[in-house]
Write a protein that binds this ligand. Sequence first.
Ligand code: FES
Length: 384
Amino acid sequence: HRTADEAAYGIAHRAEEAAPPVDPAPPWALLAELSHGCPLRCAYCSNPVELIGRSDELTAEHWSDIFRQAADLGVVQTHLSGGEPLLRRDLPAVVAAADAAAVHTQLVTSGVGLNERRLAALTAAGLRSVQLSVQHADPAASEHIAGARSFAAKERAAHLVTAAGLPLGLNVVLHRANLDALDAIVELGLAWGASRIELANTQFYGWALRNRDALLPSRAQIAAARARLEHWRPLLAGRLELVWVVPDYVDGVAKPCMGGWGALSLTVAPDGRVYPCPAAAALPGLDAPNVRDHSLEWIWRESPAFTLYRGESWMREPCRSCELRGRDFGGCRCQAYALTGDAARTDPVCSRSPDHALVRALVDRAAEREAVSAAPQYAYREGP
Ligand code: FES
């Protein structure tokens, strides 16, 4: 996770065509958080600080109904995520339900718990692709970031996935302890047979906000990593796609978070609550609707949670009159809340925001600290 994921960033152009709030365009993707349980304890976890307990999780039957409703609404793909979706023994039934609804399935996993037998069951159920999280190319550094022994399992998982003929993507959350290893990470992707690497600079909400000082890179680190990215891109064209999720704190540019609020995708939490983004559980008063009580169609089209920041009518200055508002949608609501306590303000990462000095000060401080610490002290995440 996350991270907040590629649906949020890669297809932002679709959002420019988004319909007015009363009659929104159909959602495109559904992030299915099957469980908040996870064998890893990553410092950058973007799941909410309050995790949902295992006993509150939706059943496979619930998920089957959700995928049918999602397909009727227009959803074409689902990311089966968490936490760690492999913790669900009934995962093949969940995959089969999405496939039966003609929704394309991608498993987003740490790789821990994947073996030949389980992958065969998932493939038979209709799994179409796998996104594997990678913390670093060096096993010891990787396990320090993840807070758990996991590198060998990831390597095994990558081989199983490519041997099964499924497309493999790597999802690498970038921060000060791994940005300098970008070359090694790309080489790892090549060695493991990945067709895509998402280089996702850490987004600071959820648990990651707690570790911001340990994770936030310096401007010089970002500049050096960008130069390596530009070195690799032409060399790998047509072979390995490199996706760069922007470091918005450092760039001073608001990202079109989720392609706009309630514009492209839905996130269904393990307990059935539905959010416009994976971090929105932290927003006070959002009153997220639950699929156990409401249809997905009502949730998408009419629920207060989805209409609150949809379109432009909620915007204040400087967004309201900004020529970029149709492109960045005022940035990220969760970040505005995390930094200012008010989710309706302009995202402070934007250099035009009246609160931007907050972010600049944080990045300045990151530059003053030592460029890279071999073993930063993290507050590790613990499971629900
Ligand atoms: Fe950006 Fe919630 S994570 S709006």
